[in-house]
Design a protein around this ligand. Structure first.
Ligand SMILES: Cc1cc2nc3c(=O)[nH]c(=O)nc-3n(C[C@H](O)[C@H](O)[C@H](O)COP(=O)(O)O)c2cc1C
Length: 132
């Protein structure tokens, strides 16, 4: 499946998850700041990843999704967040952001760098769901 991962990361957790996913999918992981050169046209799957600050996704990711809504229409899209809030509040945060961004297929990872190293099966499960 042709895919791209577009992400925003401040301290490297989202980047680590994005790189891991890109490796598994055989595609590129592109920081949103560099995503202007990505041609979404022929891609089947576009995955967005963002860190959460004060309950919000990166503004750059938000703006990218908003300004590419035409290109994204009809494509398979997915979202993952990297944050630190656990339990119900973490789930609520994911639900709100995924709803605000209009991307229902979504996952949440706490301590992304650790997840990649120690429990990457969480990420693999998300990737399997994307292929289905
Ligand atoms: C200023 C600031 C605000 C944050 N706010 C939240 C938050 O609202 N919810 C949350 O789950 N994590 C929050 N975090 C934690 C980060 O989302 C978490 O460390 C994440 O893994 C960072 O991803 P990154 O390494 O890709 O930047 C905050 C971190 C900082 C520095």
């Amino acid at each position: 499946m042709s895919a791209v991962i577009i992400y925003a990361s401040t301290t490297g957790n989202t980047a680590a998850v994005a790189e891991y996913m890109a490796n598994r999918l055989g595609c590129e992981a592109v920081p949103v700041k560099d995503a202007g050169s990505v041609d979404l046209g022929q891609l089947e799957l576009v995955v967005f990843g963002t860190r959460v600050h004060a309950g919000s996704p990166s503004k750059d990711i938000e703006e990218y999704i908003g300004s590419h809504s035409g290109d994204l229409a009809g494509k398979r899209t997915a979202l993952f967040l990297c944050g630190m809030i656990k339990g119900k509040n973490g789930e609520d945060q994911l639900e709100k952001i995924s709803s605000d961004l209009g991307i229902p297929t979504s996952a949440y990872f706490i301590k992304g760098k650790r997840v990649v190293k120690e429990s990457a099966s969480e990420i693999d499960a998300f990737l399997e769901a994307l292929k289905g």
